[in-house]
Design a protein. Structure first.
Length: 492
């Protein structure tokens, strides 16, 4: 145990982010690198090393949280890094992007603020990179077996790294021009600078993983050709089909999916573009969708110089404390203020968009530009939203982003049809207990099989699918499998 009285003598403390007026002028991460280190050892000392650590249940990776909290408290950063990497390939990703269901399940959280598990995690890995403790781990011998991984998001990268270290020759195929999937182009730079992805990719290259960008399976290489060349295939293509909003005016210029808007902003930061073709500069911006992707749109709009930013959510505003129907240790729905929300804008709950209003088409246009959004307040009856008469109103909008989630894997490129994989009732790729599809030698991991989920679930899926592939190729496997395909977030 770290500090036997730590939870009694030390209160929860987090590092202060950079001032809003400063950070909205750049795209650097909100927190100064290393700013947590002066306080993190005492924060790790609040961990009680519970006899039954429910934080393990909250985290699908099964992170050894009390162990690396103890090492962080003692400032044994090398040992802490080893324990952290024992269950998580990419803690610098999860430490920045995960909503921390482990903290919701922390035993201390029953009647006190939970341990800052996520902050301890990111401090350990940042210290490990700085100390040179993160090194390539190439296999001792090669198996002679080959694996193709489709997609370089967190699930694909985790599966590829595990299988490479097991001795298989692995190639990762990515249809974008750079590696990382939604980590690269869906997550703004201010939430996670892309240097974190780049150095992990270099570690994986040094271990022997091969990468091929700008290759789309289904279009550039067909499924049959891929199966002939590789002994096994892992589909980790994500759930990239955005949920649409079929209301009048949807076709107007200026109404975009979040995943049309966010990648262009990231391409500016990569140096590919000078200015984003879809910019919030000088515009009234409306973000439809109250989740993390919506918050990313809010923060991006602030940095592009929006006149105003309004975020709409059809659901009622959550409470700031646990409801009785969401008891510990479940992951509760709480009102969350992200760094993007701290930077300004308005959040409106219990509303539904009825239609968009636009200008007349200009010369060369077939449709006009969006000018306003019409909405109505809703109340839920029998679980469905119903409009409240007399609550209709109009708000200005020259840029609208749709951030309402994702509905499944892209089928337009022929990948699903060419492989002949079966889908489940939700439109995800079906798999068995070993993450294998109905097609021999073809496996699925991440959102392509689970549906839209969290980054910790994606990495856990990649690790678990790697075990299934390894066993398929060799008849046995010593690789860990932290979850089953049927496992879900701890909830009521």
């Amino acid at each position: 145990m770290a500090d036997p009285k730590g939870f009694l003598t030390t209160g929860r403390e987090v590092a202060e982010p950079r001032p809003v007026a400063e950070r909205v002028k750049d795209w650097n991460e909100v927190h100064v690198p290393g700013s947590l280190l002066p306080i993190i050892s005492k924060q790790a000392g609040r961990c009680m090393d519970c006899g039954i650590p429910f934080c393990h249940n909250g985290c699908p990776l099964g992170n050894l949280i009390p162990e690396w909290n103890d090492y962080a408290y003692r400032e044994d950063w090398t040992a802490a890094s080893e324990r952290l990497h024992a269950t998580n390939n990419f803690p610098e990703f999860t430490g920045r992007l995960c909503p921390a269901p482990c903290e919701s399940a922390c035993v201390l959280g029953i009647n006190q603020p939970a341990v800052t598990i996520k902050n301890v995690e990111v401090s350990i890995i940042d210290k490990a990179w700085g100390n040179g403790d993160v090194t390539p781990q190439p296999p001792e011998r090669l198996s002679g077996k080959t694996v193709a991984v489709i997609g370089s998001g967190p699930a694909g990268l985790a599966a590829a790294q595990q299988l490479t270290r097991a001795g298989h020759t692995v190639a990762v195929f990515e249809r974008a021009d750079r590696l990382g999937g939604l980590l690269r182009y869906g997550i703004p730079e201010f939430k996670m600078e892309k240097s974190h992805i780049n150095r992990r990719i270099e570690q994986m290259r040094a271990e022997g993983t091969k990468f091929r960008t700008e290759v789309e399976i289904g279009r550039d290489i067909d499924a049959a050709g891929l199966r002939r060349r590789y002994d096994a295939v892992v589909i980790a293509a994500g759930a990239t089909v955005s949920r649409d909003l079929p209301v009048p005016g949807r076709e107007l210029n200026g109404v975009h999916f979040a995943m049309e808007y966010l990648p262009l902003a990231n391409k500016v930061q990569e140096g590919d573009l000078t200015v984003s073709p879809i910019s919030a500069e000088g515009k009234h911006v409306v973000v439809i969708g109250g989740g993390d992707t919506g918050a990313d749109c809010v923060g991006t709009a602030h940095r592009q110089g929006a006149l105003s930013v309004t975020q709409l959510e059809i659901m009622p505003r959550p409470g700031e404390e646990r409801n009785t129907d969401q008891p510990w240790p479940t992951f509760p729905m709480l009102y969350k203020v992200t760094s993007a929300h701290e930077e300004g804008g308005e959040r409106v709950y219990s509303v539904s968009t009825t239609h968009f209003e636009g200008s007349a088409p200009e010369a060369g246009q077939t449709v006009g530009n969006v000018q306003a959004l019409h909405l109505v307040e809703v109340e839920f009856k029998d679980g469905r939203p119903a409009p409240k008469p007399g609550t209709e109103r109009r708000i200005p909008a020259q840029l609208v982003t749709l951030a309402m989630g994702f509905t499944g894997t892209d089928r337009s490129n022929g990948l699903v049809q060419q492989f002949g994989v079966e889908l489940d009732e939700r439109g995800n790729v079906a798999r068995d207990a070993d993450f294998a599809t109905n097609v021999d030698g073809v496996f699925v991991a991440g959102d392509a099989g689970r549906g839209q989920s969290l980054i910790v679930w994606a990495i856990a899926e990649g690790r678990s699918a790697a075990r299934g592939v390894d066993r398929y190729l060799t008849g046995a496997s010593a690789l860990p499998a932290p979850i089953r395909p049927t496992d879900r977030t701890l909830a009521v």
